[in-house]
Design a binder for this molecule. Structure first.
Ligand SMILES: Cc1cc2nc3c(=O)[nH]c(=O)nc-3n(C[C@H](O)[C@H](O)[C@H](O)COP(=O)(O)OP(=O)(O)OC[C@H]3O[C@@H](n4cnc5c(N)ncnc54)[C@H](O)[C@@H]3O)c2cc1C
Length: 483
């Protein structure tokens, strides 16, 4: 069987690895994408393995949201074994990269478990509500955590006025170095005879009858196959637009996100430190960014901004960089003032028109799509790669995955009333993140009323009477990008 994987981000390469491990001698697996991985979300990710820390007030109420949470929970459990299995494969094929040679895998340099969640007063009470929701979920699911005094968090030295009043430590939620993970997965894949990397982009997908026959590369060459996996992240819709396939999926948008790598020699972080989700995004966090157990533990990644766009944004926005640096210095460690910036990453989170993943077989039976993972795709990859491998081999998967089928109608889980309430909270929280200080004459209350009126009008305008617009999609509805 010839399998063509379009894209080379974390979903593509983890699936390729699973496929390579069960490939027959005559099988071939092509992985198509530029070596430099332009726009890759994976290359900009932190990459935190967070399930509970991502819980928000009211985010676990529907069946679909509980299913999504269950997947995230399972993925957290899969990572330690996935890392160890991968190291073993790399050793068997003599493909271990130098940085991984002294590594103990789950206790190595680029992967560690443990996250501190802090509740500070830098923004508004949405943080408190989301922090409480995380605690409730941890209790409900009997997940281990401990309450800690924020002053005892290693290398946590915020500005006095932004200090946390509460904090917990969650031992099972960790992080990986995403760039190193990709580099080492690439190296392992190179060790398989069935794998061929093609350093080019796909222009379009070509169908013959009811089956995909080829992809056409930007250089004009064709690559043919029996099964095709479209996993190019945020560009997936554009490729479908350029192909004459007669299928339609929830549009995938560019969730432009910035993260910043710094070297801060006196602050050897070993654990992630983060706030709850806030103001249309994931809050502020710092995550260790090591490449090996043998390097000084002084590199940290700060994340992450979020700006949703119908078209790619070419460079990191000044406001995003400023917001992240201020947030990290004021809310995590004021010593970062002296740190050196080693990289500013910009990646496009693949965000679907209903915010849910787009995963599964299409009505063209040999075309499978995997995108729309928003800000959790790295974390989900051990699990999704297994599901995608089974779909490619036409094996049974959990029937609940049907809700994420590529050709579905948009999932509309929020009621209009709830969506408007949440949106007001997120918009106000977002303003606080950017320095909003209301005047004493009830300005905060007046702004809430202004938002309510505008959001009611927007819902009327787009015909959202029985359903509500998810907060992060407001601008896309405002400007007519989702109809
Ligand atoms: C700043 C930031 C922080 C994040 N933090 C986290 C986190 O902490 N935890 C987490 O789990 N997730 C995080 N995410 C989200 C996560 O990165 C994504 O969900 C995940 O990486 C998506 O993987 P992917 O393989 O689908 O897409 P991508 O990683 O975007 O890969 C797609 C690849 O396809 C290539 N490509 C594009 N067009 C074409 C074409 N026409 N032909 C061939 N190849 C093409 C691209 O160059 C790219 O290499 C973060 C994202 C960002 C931007």
């Amino acid at each position: 069987m010839n399998i063509v994987i379009i894209g080379n981000g974390i979903l593509a390469v983890t699936t390729a690895l699973r496929l390579a491990l069960r490939a027959k001698e005559s099988d071939k697996i092509y992985i198509i994408g530029k070596k430099s991985r332009p726009g890759s979300a994976t290359m900009a990710a932190a990459a935190m393995l967070n399930s509970f820390c991502e819980v928000e007030e009211g985010s676990l109420e529907s069946e679909i949201d509980l299913f999504r949470f269950e997947l995230s929970y399972q993925a957290t459990r899969m990572w330690p074994k996935f890392v160890m299995d991968h190291l073993e494969v790399a050793m068997q094929h003599d493909c271990l990269i130098d940085d991984c040679k002294d590594c103990g895998g789950a206790t190595g340099g680029c992967f560690e478990l443990g996250t501190y969640l802090i509740n500070n007063t830098a923004t508004d009470s949405l943080d408190d509500a989301n922090y409480n929701a995380v605690i409730k979920a941890l209790d409900d699911f009997i997940e281990p955590y401990s309450v800690v005094d924020p002053r005892d968090i290693p290398n946590y030295k915020p500005f006095e006025r932004n200090r946390a009043t509460r904090a917990i430590y969650i031992p099972n939620e960790g992080w990986l170095n995403p760039k190193l993970t990709l580099r080492s997965l690439d190296a392992s894949l190179e060790g398989f005879d069935c794998i061929e990397f093609i350093d080019e982009e796909v222009e379009s997908i070509e169908k013959n009858g009811n089956l995909v026959e080829n992809v056409i590369l930007k250089n004009g060459n064709r690559v043919s196959g029996d099964k095709f996996l479209l996993a190019t992240g945020a560009t997936s819709s554009e490729i479908i637009d350029r192909s004459n396939l007669g299928i339609s999926i929830p549009r995938i948008f560019y969730g432009a996100g910035v993260s910043i790598q710094i070297k801060s020699p006196n602050d050897p972080h070993t654990k992630a430190i983060r706030t709850p989700n806030r103001g249309l995004a994931c809050g502020i966090y710092t995550v260790p960014f090591y490449t090996s157990p043998n390097v000084p533990l002084d590199e940290i990644i700060i994340g992450a901004s979020s700006y949703l766009s119908p078209v790619p944004i070419k460079g990191a926005r000044v406001g995003s960089v400023q917001g992240l640096l201020n947030g990290a210095m004021e809310q995590i460690n004021s010593n970062f003032f002296r740190a050196e910036i080693t990289a500013i990453n910009l990646g496009y989170r693949p965000v679907s028109a209903d915010t849910y993943p787009v995963i599964g077989r299409t009505s063209i039976s040999n075309l499978i799509i995997a995108t729309g993972t928003k800000r959790d795709g790295f974390h989900l990859s051990p699990l999704l790669s297994e599901v995608l491998m089974k779909i490619i081999y036409e094996e049974e998967i959990d029937s609940r995955f049907k809700v994420f089928s590529p050709e579905r109608k948009l999932i509309r889980e929020l009621s209009r009333e709830k969506a408007i309430e949440i949106s007001i909270k997120h918009l106000i929280s977002s303003s606080y993140q950017h320095g909003f200080v209301p005047s004493h004459d009830r300005l905060g209350e007046k702004i809430k009323e202004m938002y309510r009126k505008e959001l009611e009008e927007l819902h009327d305008k787009v015909g959202a009477f029985e359903w509500g617009i998810p907060p992060e999609l407001l601008d896309l509805y405002r400007y007519g990008h989702i109809v």
